[in-house]
Design a binder for this molecule. Structure first.
Ligand code: PLP
Length: 366
C-alpha cells in the first residue's frame, strides 16, 4: 500500500474499498440528521430507532430469534470483533482464527493478549473449514473460533452443512463461535448462512456491517447480535473504548436499512460482473485460483514464478503499477498466493489485471 501510495499511476487490486459512492439517500439522511441536531453522544448501544431497525433486519433477513438487548451498534465491525474477543476470552486463552483470514483477527488477538491458533482453509476443500482439521487444535484454553463467510480473502461462502458442523463442534467443546458476516449481502453463488440462525444455546456472536453492503467504509458503523448472557459484557466495553458510534453515521445507517435495497442489488450485480471479468481473464492465462462465491476478493497462485508472495507483490506494483496484496498478509499458508480485489471500477481492474498477467508471464519465463 505504501509503494502504491507513492506512485502516480496505480491500478488498485489490493484494497477492500467498494468502488461506489455511498448511495444518495443515505448521504441525504446524514445531512438531515446533522441539521436536526444528531451531533451528540448517543446511548452506548446505539440509537434506539437504529437498534429497532436492526432487530427487524436480523429477524427477517438472517432469521435470528433475537431481542433488542442482544443488539448493539459499534464503530465498524472491527470494534464489534474486538469486544466479542474481550467478552469471551482472558489473556492467555486461545482463539482459533482462519488461515488464510482477515489479518485483523490475528492482530487483535495478539494485542489483547490471547494466543491466536490458525486453523487451515484449503483451496482443494473450497477454502471451507474442515471440522476434522479444527478439532485437534482445540485445547483446554480454547475459548472461541472466529469464522468469516463470505470470506476475505478467499471469497468462499460456507454452505449450511458446514455451519451446522461448526456449531456442533462448538457445542461439543463448549466454546463460542464469533461469526464475521461483514460480506453477508455480497454473494454470487450459493446463499449466505449464519450460525446465529441455528444457535442452539447462546454461543454465537454474529457481526454485521454497513461498510461493504452500502459502500459506507468511512462512516464507521456496524453492529453485533450477541447471546443474552454475553451481550451485557460486550455492551459494557463500548463506554470505555469508544463511547458510541458516530451519531450522524447511525442516522445514515438507519436510512440504509429502511430505504430501498435496490442500491445493494445493483452493487452486487456490478461486483458479480467484475468477478466474472477477473475469472475469465485469469482462466485465459491458465492461472490456478479459486472462483469466489462471494465478497470481492480472489486468491490466485503465483508460486510458479519461484517468487515469494511479498517480493512478487512488491515487484508487480513497482514495475507495472498494479497493486495486489501478498498472500502472507492473510496467514502462513497463503505464501503461494496473492489476493486480488475486484471492487474497483471495471476499467481499472481490467488494465491492472493485464499488467499483472504480463508481469507474471515474464517471471514464469525467467
Ligand atoms: N471483517 C472483514 C472480513 C473485513 O474484510 C473487513 C474490512 O475489510 C471488516 C471486517 C471491517 O469492517 P468494518 O469497516 O465494518 O470495520
Amino acid at each position: 500500500m505504501d509503494l502504491a501510495a507513492h506512485r502516480d499511476e496505480v491500478f488498485h487490486l489490493e484494497l477492500g474499498e467498494p468502488g461506489f459512492p455511498t448511495p444518495q439517500h443515505i448521504q441525504e439522511a446524514a445531512t438531515r440528521a446533522m441539521k436536526e441536531g444528531f451531533t451528540k453522544y448517543t446511548p452506548n448501544a446505539g440509537l434506539l430507532s437504529l437498534r429497532k431497525s436492526i432487530l427487524r433486519k436480523v429477524r427477517e433477513d438472517n432469521r435470528i430469534d433475537a431481542q433488542l438487548e442482544q443488539i448493539a451498534v459499534t464503530p465498524g465491525s472491527v470494534f464489534a470483533l474486538a469486544s466479542a474477543l474481550m467478552a469471551v476470552a482472558e489473556p492467555g486463552d486461545e482463539v482459533l482464527i482462519p488461515d488464510p483470514g482477515w489479518p485483523n483477527y490475528n492482530m487483535q488477538a495478539i494485542v489483547l493478549g490471547f494466543r491466536p491458533v490458525f486453523y487451515p482453509l484449503r483451496q482443494e476443500s473450497g477454502f471451507r473449514p474442515m471440522v476434522e482439521e479444527i478439532e485437534p487444535l482445540l485445547g483446554s484454553r480454547t475459548r472461541a473460533i472466529v469464522i468469516n463467510t463470505p470470506s476475505n480473502p478467499t471469497g468462499a461462502v460456507y454452505p449450511e452443512e458446514t455451519i451446522e458442523e461448526l456449531l456442533d463442534l462448538a457445542v461439543r467443546h463448549d466454546i463460542f463461535l464469533i461469526s464475521d458476516e461483514t460480506y453477508e449481502k455480497i454473494v454470487f453463488d450459493g446463499s449466505h448462512s449464519s450460525p446465529a440462525t441455528l444457535d442452539p444455546d447462546g454461543r454465537v456472536i454474529a457481526i454485521y456491517g454497513f461498510s461493504k453492503t452500502y459502500a459506507m467504509t468511512g462512516w464507521r458503523v456496524a453492529y453485533y447480535v450477541a447471546p443474552r448472557e454475553i451481550a451485557p459484557q460486550m455492551n459494557k466495553l463500548i463506554e470505555p473504548f469508544v463511547s458510541c458510534a458516530s451519531s450522524v453515521s447511525q442516522k445514515a445507517a438507519e436510512a440504509a436499512l429502511s430505504g430501498s435495497q435496490a442500491c445493494v442489488t445493483e452493487m452486487v450485480q456490478a461486483y458479480r460482473q467484475r468477478r466474472d471479468l477477473v475469472v475469465d481473464m485469469l482462466r485465459a492465462e491458465g492461472f490456478e485460483f479459486f472462483k469466489p462465491e462471494g465478497a470481492f476478493y480472489l486468491m490466485v497462485r503465483i508460486d510458479k514464478t519461484g517468487m515469494d508472495s511479498y517480493s512478487f507483490a512488491k515487484e508487480v506494483v513497482q514495475n507495472t503499477g498494479a497493486a495486489v496484496a501478498p498472500g502472507t498478509t492473510f496467514g502462513p499458508s497463503a505464501g503461494p498466493y496473492v489476493r486480488l480485489s475486484f471492487c474497483a471500477k471495471s476499467e481499472e481492474i481490467e488494465e491492472g489485471l493485464k499488467r499483472f498477467c504480463r508481469f507474471y508471464r515474464e517471471k514464469c519465463r525467467l
